[in-house]
Design a protein around this ligand. Structure first.
Ligand code: WCC
Ligand code: FE2
Length: 627
């Protein structure tokens, strides 16, 4: 195994080497030995009932019930969408419960009152003369109702253009309640239900939309209300943020309700004192995956790394605790942590892992629970084995925290207030229509060992900004960008002339960190607002999306709602649908006639970037005729 081929990140390669020396295995070793199942890879294995599993081959072109390859592939795809939408949306629901728990003297408070009141008005909840917490509780109830209301359709945010809603109405894919859409997929994919690829994909789109414009959108908005709407701030990224002389705590997972409390607990003078008593200089928090995005955006907590680096953090031998809640957590951390002194602490009943220390996070006693967890980490400092410690030097400077509101604030810097009013996306729309910016790209998603770690993200982003395409990013893609220095204002020098000028005038980096994976709702919001500003549908904008290294079901839901929102999307890894010719045809061709966008699969990120640029230019041509 030549580690240079595995990642473009030198910190990763150094630690893969250390893994060998320490005699422990990582995902990179497991990948070497794993041969993906060729049936599963094509999506043509059906495990939905117990007559099979049925595998589609030239000799057995139908399952026992008669399901064709397309039926099987489309059902498997739909179930991936349901899994992804469920994960994002259940996260949104949890945040709504936390909002419902807020009180003046409690652990959880309302931080962004203005955003709360805006949302209350939108949902026709009385705000005049009311206590802010009464409003918060009613907003939370309204949000919770969106998951299971018996009648009607989802309440859409004002950033959704009317034209787009019409498209969905015509296709009958306007989501009803969020949970209902997930359940409908589980029902429709049961043996003996939907056996029609077209219909199955329609249902998938509807469920995915309930994620992007529903569950994820709610997660983002309510998190901002609770913990503050992000503003630009500085941070650092990569494993070099771990500190030799401090208690290092890695926060990994997704929901900010836990990580926010850990941040508070780590500031507690008593615990800082305790850290000193055990011989450390202090407590150092570092984030991983989306939790990293959440806490760096709101507090500047440093980023340890992305998905593929979670084991490597433990391998440094310098981490006292990895604290996790839900999603994207390797069960491998449990046995790996045993080889070091690291405590691997699970906190959610939704994600217990054999071999981990489970300390259930009790939201009712949030700060107390958080302090208990931090205390465990501190007390573990004495078990650190000096001879096992190796922290790579690598880290990069980054700017993070570009919520839509923060972007609008930056844009206000160039508003000529004699002509235009501040507080809108008009300057951005102007840059796009004038062609100073050719377009915009959202680069999101995971790491996947099928792709050289971070290579897909970083090369694609570089190519796009060089060609005057502004990039917005979330999730593990954002962390790849951060580590590669692409989120620093300095990265302007890698941008084309138009983009570099805009960056200078507006004082932003060419790649904007918009948050965690549920925060792709921020991207939808921004794109929707620009479309509304220009009075066009989202599908008419020179805007594209990509997930060069995606791997999770969440990413399948995301890709599906982004395409359903009218944004062409490039995948660097083929989804398991290639065994279903009709499914493939719909996803990569026919969706364009339905929703004005489709999927592209291109493993080479530079080639993909050029296809994206070509698409942007095609859209510009049509758009320019309008203006
Ligand atoms: Ni979102 Fe993908 Fe990271 Fe997990 S944290 S690994 S789904 S991008
Ligand atoms: Fe995530």
């Amino acid at each position: 195994m030549d580690e240079k081929l595995l990642s473009i990140d030198s910190a990763v390669n150094e630690l893969i080497k250390k893994a060998k020396e320490d005699g422990v295995e990582t995902i990179f070793d497991r990948k070497e030995n794993m041969k993906p199942c060729p049936m599963g890879e094509k999506g043509i294995c059906c495990r939905i009932c117990a007559m099979g599993p049925c595998r589609i081959t030239p000799k057995t072109p139908r399952g026992l019930c008669g399901a064709t390859a397309d039926v099987i592939v489309s059902r498997n795809f739909a179930r991936m969408v349901a899994g992804g939408a469920a994960a994002h949306s259940d996260h949104g629901r949890d945040i709504a419960h936390v909002l419902h728990m807020t009180s003046k003297d409690g652990n959880y408070k309302v931080t962004d009152e203005e955003k709360l009141k805006e949302l209350a008005k939108r949902w026709k909840i009385e705000t005049e003369g009311r206590d802010i917490y009464d409003i918060a509780h009613e907003v939370a109830e309204f949000a919770l109702n969106e998951f299971g209301k018996p009648f009607g359709t989802l309440e859409f945010p004002p950033s959704l253009p009317e034209q787009r809603k019409k498209v969905w109405e015509n296709l009958n894919i306007v989501p009803r309640a969020i949970d209902r859409e997930v359940v409908t997929i589980m029902h429709s994919t049961h043996v003996g239900c939907t056996a029609d690829a077209d219909s199955m994909l329609n249902i998938s789109m509807r469920t995915a939309i309930s994620d992007g414009w529903g569950g994820s959108y709610i997660a983002t908005e309510l998190s901002d209300i609770l913990f503050g709407t992000p503003i630009p701030r500085e941070t650092e990224a990569n494993l070099g943020v771990l500190e030799e002389n401090q208690v290092n705590i890695v926060l990994h997972g997704h929901e900010p309700s836990l990580s926010e409390m850990i941040v508070l607990a780590a500031e507690d003078p008593e615990l800082i004192e305790l850290a000193k008593e055990v011989g450390a200089d202090g407590i150092n928090l570092a984030g991983m995956c989306c939790t990293a995005n959440e806490v760096t955006m709101r507090h500047g907590v440093k980023i340890a790394g992305n998905f593929a680096q979670q084991e490597l953090a433990v391998l440094t031998g310098a981490v006292e605790a990895v604290i996790v809640d839900v999603q994207c957590i390797f069960p491998a951390l449990a046995s790996l942590a045993e080889c070091y002194h690291t405590k691997f602490i699970t906190t959610s009943p939704k994600a217990r892992i054999t071999g981990a220390t489970h300390i259930e996070f009790d939201e009712e006693k949030a700060l107390e629970s958080a302090k208990q967890i931090v205390r465990e980490a501190i007390l573990n400092f004495k078990n650190r084995k000096k001879e096992k410690v190796f922290i790579p030097k690598t880290k990069s400077h980054a700017m993070v925290g570009y919520s839509t509101k923060a972007i609008i604030n930056q844009l206000d810097k160039v508003v000529n207030s004699h002509i235009d009013k501040p507080g809108t996306v008009k300057p951005l729309a102007d840059c796009i229509t004038s062609g100073v910016l050719r377009g915009a790209a959202g680069i999101v998603g995971c790491n996947n060992p099928k792709v050289k770690h971070d290579y897909g993200h970083v090369e694609m982003i570089k190519e796009l900004i060089k060609n005057d395409v502004i990039v917005v990013t979330t999730g593990c893609a954002a962390q790849a960008a951060a580590k590669a220095g692409l989120l620093s204002k300095d990265a302007r020098k890698l941008a084309g002339k138009g983009l570099a000028t805009v960056c200078e005038l507006v004082d932003i980096p060419p790649v904007l960190h918009m948050g965690s994976c549920v925060d792709i709702s921020r991207i939808l919001e921004l794109v929707g607002l620009v479309a509304k500003q220009l009075n066009v549908d989202i599908s008419e904008l020179p805007v594209v999306g990509a997930a060069p290294e995606w791997m999770s079901e969440k990413a399948v839901s995301i890709g599906t709602y982004v395409v359903s929102s009218g944004i062409d999307t490039w995948l660097g890894v083929a989804p398991p649908v290639t065994g279903g010719p009709r499914v493939l045809e719909i996803l990569t061709s026919e969706m364009e006639n339905m929703v004005g966008a489709k999927f592209f699969v291109e493993p080479d990120p530079i080639k993909a970037a050029h296809q994206m640029i070509e698409k942007i230019e095609q859209k510009r041509k049509v758009l320019e005729e309008k203006f």
